[in-house]
Design a protein around this ligand. Structure first.
Ligand SMILES: C[S@@+](CC[C@H](N)C(=O)[O-])C[C@H]1O[C@@H](n2cnc3c(N)ncnc32)[C@H](O)[C@@H]1O
Length: 285
């Protein structure tokens, strides 16, 4: 069995730790530059400084941050501390493998082959990365896209901050527009853009039925509002892809799901092992 040190103990590092094949690798430590994390245990794995973690002599190091600059800085730090063994970069693995998109494809197969009725929806569209995939997978279904297209709203951030769910800020994700998203869609004629503050933008759509919904608004308030609007309108066999359910950065998503279960009853919810901590909710047939 080889030993592995994970550099980066944030959301991605922690998600990686549960993806590692423990038949081949034993994770001995996280290495992280955050003094706040130092000395903690994450899933029973100690968090050390980068220097301490590599000094333990692992067989391999995994650099588990997403941007290139930080990846390079961590590599240099490990090398400066004397590490010269093999290095894996999450950044490269992410470009190669995408669990969340793969799950979306399988969900689409299932919904189309089982003829689950309804439109496709997304709350939290941003620059249309997921919307484009949804539109490509369901060319014959209307795609309802809900977003402020001006980033997080002051109203939601006030509640988010009061509940200490995250450090999200008003206006984050504002560098987008509905025109940009429409220009990326392979079947833009299927898109129905609902621009503005959700749930206000669901007004007039009480009659809808959905087959698949991507809930990706990050924050407690819109996620709770999203579950309240979409779940009752989901066809039997329909599914919700709930982004960030197990995400240490956006803790409000889990809180919203727990609250919705307390008011509406237990959900059939399956957590996935992707990097963002997504969960799938299935409406019983
Ligand atoms: C993480 S981004 C979505 C990412 C997108 N699904 C993708 O695949 O790239 C979150 C989005 O949720 C939107 N959002 C959050 N709260 C909202 C609300 N109350 N009403 C409308 N949009 C909201 C933000 O404007 C932002 O664009």
């Amino acid at each position: 069995m080889k030993t592995l040190v994970i550099l980066g103990a944030g959301q991605f590092g922690r998600s990686c730790s549960s993806l590692i094949n423990t038949e081949f690798f034993r994770i001995t430590a996280f290495g992280d530059n955050s003094a706040a994390l130092r000395g903690a245990f994450l899933d029973r794995i100690p968090v050390l400084s980068v220097e301490e973690a590599v000094a333990s002599g692992p067989d391999s190091v995994l650099i588990a941050v997403s941007d290139e600059e930080r990846s390079r800085a961590l590599l240099q730090q490990a090398q400066a501390a004397g590490y010269s063994g093999p290095v894996l970069f999450l950044r490269d693995l992410r470009q190669l493998l995408d669990i969340r998109s793969a799950v979306l494809c399988r969900m689409a197969d299932r919904l189309e082959s089982g003829a689950v009725a309804g439109a496709i929806g997304e709350l939290g569209v941003y620059r249309g990365f997921t919307a484009r995939k949804l539109n490509a997978l369901f060319p014959r279904r209307p795609l309802y896209l809900f977003d402020t297209f001006e980033g997080f709203s002051a109203r939601d951030i006030k509640e988010e901050t009061a509940r200490s769910c995250s450090f999200a800020r008003e206006g984050e994700f504002s560098d987008t527009s509905e025109q940009l998203v429409l220009s990326l869609l392979p079947f833009p004629e299927q898109a129905v853009i609902r621009k503005g503050f959700f749930p206000d933008t669901a007004e007039g759509l009480e009659h809808m039925t959905y087959a698949l919904v991507s809930l990706d608004a990050d924050l407690y308030a819109p996620i709770l509002a999203g579950l309240r609007y979409f779940y009752p309108r989901l066809s039997p066999g329909g599914m919700i892809l709930l982004h960030d359910y197990n995400n240490g950065r956006f803790r409000g998503v889990r809180q919203a799901a727990d609250e919705y279960e307390a008011e509406a009853g237990p959900l059939s919810l399956v957590p996935l092992c992707d990097l963002h901590g997504t969960a799938v909710i299935v409406k019983p047939a």
